[in-house]
Design a binder for this molecule. Structure first.
Ligand code: BGC
Length: 770
């Protein structure tokens, strides 16, 4: 610990003058930041670095309505100069009117006592989670499955607009943690297992949320907090917020990439990973916070902690002896704002640390400069409040249509033995615990933190049952769930199954649609002890299979639950993932053939618990039996691979070409391929470009996704898709930690087609980012 202090203090710098800034600077804005900073007292500076939870500033009245206590707010702002407040009371969505009232009051007092606006932050994650009546999109894992970056951008634009309607200028999104381990409960909050998918999606999302100019964000856009920086999604145990152990190559090459993309796209802030990587908590890592992000990338945005995470440096991680020590370590490492939800101790202790010389004033000024810069960039000094006139499209049909389109483009058809589309007039037995439940379609962060107790706020939307009744007629849909969730208390547990009832009902049906999967969750409440889908649900499907009626499995889950024993019993499988408010309607449109499937798997769906893997595994992770006496096989079984997804039409790929038979590091390769809709239905096809480095000095990945796009094709129509692939994107991080592009053979691949190309000259970069 002593070592930590001395090295950190010696190394403390603000971003070097020579650095290129990830967001080009605006000189006038910077001058305003400096002018404000010069006028501030130490107390004011430290107050700006604290973020409190709104909950502590009020309480519920006799009618169970939460009321803000103005006197308490007054003290927190006048005495402690608090710079930021977050969250919804009781983590439950409030109305636009409530947000208008609360945030306006907070702004009034902030301007009056400090002359600096507050920055209010909400987990408006897949839409305006904490604002009633707004639009909720499918969760990010679905948006990834759509492989449609334009749709992702539109979703972010709508969420930004609706947030500002509720007077909230800052959202805790996007999430780009790389969901590479299905055991982790938050993989559905980001864009799946691949670094390029996450990087492209975060770029689109940051642009959608913030608009095109991060220095001047208008009243219809918001600041982003890309999270959770970084490598949060790979806990060794699979349990949330437990330690991660990853090689330096993996960290730099995969986990860092989406955050780099976010910084370059101009994300105003980032939230830090609550856990540790290779023994070092991120909140204590000068290397990752200051060096990699602020110095190497020249990112001049602001770093906020996750929930009470400075406290966790001593209470959970044991790298600090007490709270004061934890604050010293975190602020010196590069944290700019502490989300310390329930206490103002931070102000007292940080002031002592500054007075004792344990945290240099240059670090405080650097942190406050970053906070002020965000507030100026968001226009909060000129217009601390937004909403009212000009925000008439809040929760509109226009926004709903986009959410429906996103849901349709994000539900994945994984198997179809011809039973789909389900023609009208057929009698459907609808069964399974997810058949008539909005909460399951939406997942966590939907009106409440866990998505629980929010059915009253989602009444106007259709469950799968309601949507199928609308599509096929109520008389044609028999609802007999067989397995149900408890609705109260431990709502995610299942009631005593009534499988016999479902089996009996099957006799009246032509086809069975079994909606199985998970209940809503996020963070540690979503930790699992078993990845298999619940036994009750699997027994339900097994019993129904004995009736001989064709079964369509509808998977509604935030992560892939193992179903290897029941998948063969189904004629068709659709994974709707977590499609949001319009997920039921989208499914009805897709099952009936009124819409076509176009989504592909954003992660590898495993078959067995000891076969958890990703598509970009190292070649030697999957090997067959070697010759001779020893049987050294290491096979990995998959249920469905990354990038897999069917539709009601067929596509044919041809003419895959690369314009250069050989290349060097500065080249850009132009890759073209023709894609034709050879079926009889219009559709959209996600076209994925992969590369393989055949021999490398570090065991090469089997293959890597390098780019993707989505094209719409009428029956018989053909389009040429062009990718511009910078050769440097084919580099890997070598054993010495340096980016390396080695001479030798590469294979480019789209669909089943491959084309070779050769790197003529090895290049090794000395800079950390290329
Ligand atoms: C979560 C973050 C979230 C924050 C604020 C934490 O528990 O990890 O994702 O943004 O709370 O609500």
């Amino acid at each position: 610990m002593r070592y930590l202090l001395s090295t950190v203090v010696l190394m403390l710098t603000v971003v070097p003058v020579s650095a290129q800034f990830a967001i080009p600077r605006d000189a006038k804005l910077e001058a305003k930041v400096e002018k404000t900073l010069q006028k501030m007292t130490l107390d004011e500076k430290i107050g700006q670095m604290l973020e409190l939870n709104l909950d502590i500033m009020g309480k519920y009245d006799a009618n169970r309505v939460w009321q803000l206590n103005e006197t308490m707010l007054d003290t927190l702002i006048s005495k402690w100069k608090v710079g930021s407040i977050l969250n919804a009371p009781g983590t439950r969505a409030a109305t636009v009117a409530q947000w208008q009232e609360w945030i306006r009051l907070i702004q009034k007092k902030s301007m009056e006592y400090i002359g600096i606006p507050d920055i209010y932050g909400l987990d408006h994650n897949h839409g305006v989670t904490y604002t009633q009546g707004g639009t909720l999109f499918p969760q990010p894992i679905n948006m990834a499955a759509s492989f449609n970056t334009e749709l992702v951008k539109t979703g972010a634009e709508i969420t930004a607009y609706e947030s500002r309607a509720a007077n909230c200028p800052w959202v805790y999104n996007p999430v780009v943690d790389l969901g590479r381990d299905p055991r982790w409960p938050r993989i559905w909050e980001s864009y799946g297992e691949d670094a390029v998918v996450n990087a492209k999606m975060v770029t689109a999302q940051v642009k959608g949320y913030q608009g095109d100019d991060p220095n001047h964000i208008d009243r219809f856009h918001v600041g982003t907090s890309t999270k959770h920086y970084f490598a949060y999604g790979a806990p060794w145990t699979g349990k949330d917020r437990t330690p991660v152990y990853l090689s330096p190559q993996m960290l730099r090459e995969k986990y860092f990439e989406p955050f780099k993309a976010a910084a370059l796209a101009g994300t105003l802030t980032m939230m830090v990973n609550s856990g540790s990587v290779n023994g070092v908590p991120l909140h204590a890592s000068y290397e990752y916070l200051t060096k990699w992000l602020k110095e190497d990338l020249g990112w001049d945005g602001m770093l906020v902690t996750d929930w009470a995470d400075i406290n966790n440096l001593f209470s959970r991680e044991h790298v600090a002896k007490d709270k004061k020590d934890a604050i010293r370590i975190a602020i010196n490492a590069g944290i700019d704002m502490s989300m310390d939800p329930y206490s103002v101790d931070f102000c007292i202790l940080l002031k002592e640390l500054v007075q004792e010389g344990q945290v240099p004033m240059t670090r405080i000024d650097d942190a406050v400069r970053r906070i002020l810069r965000v507030k100026y960039r968001l226009g909060l000094f000129d217009e601390p409040n937004t909403g009212g006139k000009g925000y008439e499209k809040f929760g509109s049909d226009e926004h709903a249509k986009k959410a429906l389109q996103a849901a349709e483009e994000s539900e994945v058809l994984l198997k179809n033995d011809g039973v789909l589309p389900l023609t009208k007039g057929k009698k459907i037995l609808l069964t399974g615990p997810n058949a008539n439940q909005m909460r399951c379609l939406m997942g966590g962060w939907s009106y409440t933190w866990q998505g629980s107790n929010a059915e009253d706020l989602a009444e106007k939307y259709n469950t799968i049952y309601e949507a199928l009744c609308n599509k096929y007629g109520k008389d044609n849909v028999i609802l007999e769930q067989g397995v149900t969730y408890r609705e109260r208390g431990r709502y995610y547990e299942e009631n005593k199954p009534e499988i016999d009832k479902a089996v009996a009902a099957a006799s009246q049906a032509d086809v069975i649609v079994a909606c199985i999967g998970e209940n809503s969750y996020t963070e540690t409440p979503g930790n699992l002890s078993d990845l298999w889908l619940s036994e009750n649900q699997r027994n339900l499907v097994k019993a129904l299979a004995k009736t001989g009626k064709p079964i369509v499995l509808v998977l509604n889950e935030g992560r892939p639950r193992l179903i290897a024993d029941i998948e063969p019993l189904a004629k068709a499988v659709v994974n709707v993932l977590l499609p949001g408010n319009y997920g039921g309607d989208a499914l009805a449109n897709l099952l009936s053939g009124d819409a076509n499937f176009s989504a592909k798997m954003p992660y590898t769906y495993p078959k067995e618990i000891n076969s958890l893997n990703t598509y970009d595994y190292k070649v030697s992770e999957v090997v067959g039996t070697m010759a001779g006496a020893y049987d050294y096989d290491a096979r990995v079984s998959l249920q469905w691979p990354f990038g897999y997804g069917l539709s009601y039409t067929t596509y044919e790929y041809s003419n895959l070409k690369v314009d250069k038979a050989s290349f060097t590091s500065d080249d850009i390769l132009t890759v073209t391929v023709d894609v034709k809709n050879t079926g009889s239905k219009a559709g959209k096809e996600a076209v994925l470009l992969y590369s393989s480095d055949l021999i490398a000095s570090v065991v090469p990945d089997n293959r890597r996704l390098r780019d993707f796009t989505k094209v719409a094709l009428e029956p018989g129509e053909s389009k040429t898709v062009t990718f511009q692939l910078p050769a440097k994107n084919l580099a890997f991080v070598g054993a010495d930690g340096r980016w390396t592009l080695e001479e030798g053979d590469f294979l480019l691949r789209v669909g089943r087609l491959t084309v070779p190309t050769v790197c003529r000259k090895t290049k090794i970069w000395d800079t950390p980012n290329i």
